[in-house]
Ligand binder design. Structure first.
Ligand code: PGA
Length: 255
């Protein structure tokens, strides 16, 4: 996987969207898809995955992902979703370690290391999310937090093939407070250094920024050398905004 050619526009739809919203989204996307030069990915709620796969096949050309998965492939784990089954139905990627999972579902770096390994073993691409809270940021602990999140959660893997990292400062998620391109680039550069120490492919790992990214601020973020894409919540729900962000990534495409 190379980070160099096309930017990644990844929609994290969280617990949103009705069937009618999804259909409208794809009808709009279908009209412009031929003009776009980026990786267009969406992670909907689990129940909507088959519908997105179908719409993507007929209309959209969008890669479909999941927002989480189990640390096991199968077995007595009521309510969990297996990475093997996700791959089986055509899911190509999974978001792991999102701050909402850490905050509301007690996910931690140790447990995430098992999930990351299992998902990669099942041939899914993994977007592993890292980022500091507002308090950690104020206390200037950003790099310490990131070092821990990266070293513990990535300890179980020796190859970074199919791995992407999303830097999502928790204070920027859903708040309208985006990190400036310069701040985001500084942190991405740090993450890149950490990854290069750990993996021979470190230079190629796509690094996405997430946290109130939107059509207005995305070009500034994309102009930075270590920002290879964006993980987008609120602004990915409407086709118009999603498409605008895809268009904004075009000048940075190397085709
Ligand atoms: P946001 O969410 O774009 O709404 O801030 C990003 C995310 O949580 O991945």
């Amino acid at each position: 996987m190379s980070r160099r050619n096309l930017k990644y526009i990844v929609g994290n739809w969280k617990m949103n969207q009705k069937l009618s919203d999804i259909k409208d989204f794809f009808v709009s996307f279908n009209q412009v898809k031929a003009e776009l030069h980026c990786h267009s990915w969406i992670a909907p709620q689990y129940i909507h995955i088959p519908i997105l796969k179908e719409l993507s096949f007929t209309l959209g050309n969008i890669e479909v992902g999941a927002q989480n998965c189990s640390h096991k492939t199968s077995g007595a784990l009521t309510g969990e979703v297996s990475p093997e089954s996700l791959f089986d139905i055509g899911v190509t990627f999974v978001i792991l370690g999102h701050s909402e999972r850490r905050q509301f579902f007690a996910e931690n770096n140790q447990g995430l290391s098992q999930k990351i390994k299992m998902a990669l073993d099942q041939n899914l691409k993994v977007i592993y999310c890292v980022g500091e809270t507002a308090q950690e940021n104020e206390e200037r602990k950003t790099f310490t937090v990131l070092k821990e999140q990266l070293s513990v959660a990535l300890q179980s893997i020796t190859s970074a093939q199919n791995l992407l990292i999303a830097y999502e400062p928790v204070w920027a998620i859903g708040t309208g407070k985006t990190a400036t391109p310069e701040i985001a680039e500084k942190v991405h550069t740090y993450i890149r250094q950490e990854l290069c120490q750990r993996f021979s492919e470190g230079e190629e790992i796509p690094l996405l920024y997430g946290g109130s990214a939107n059509p207005q601020n995305i070009s500034g973020l994309f102009s930075m050398p270590n920002i290879d894409g964006a993980l987008i919540g609120g602004a990915s729900l409407k086709a118009k905004d999603f498409i605008q962000m895809c268009h904004a990534s075009r000048p940075f495409a190397r085709i």
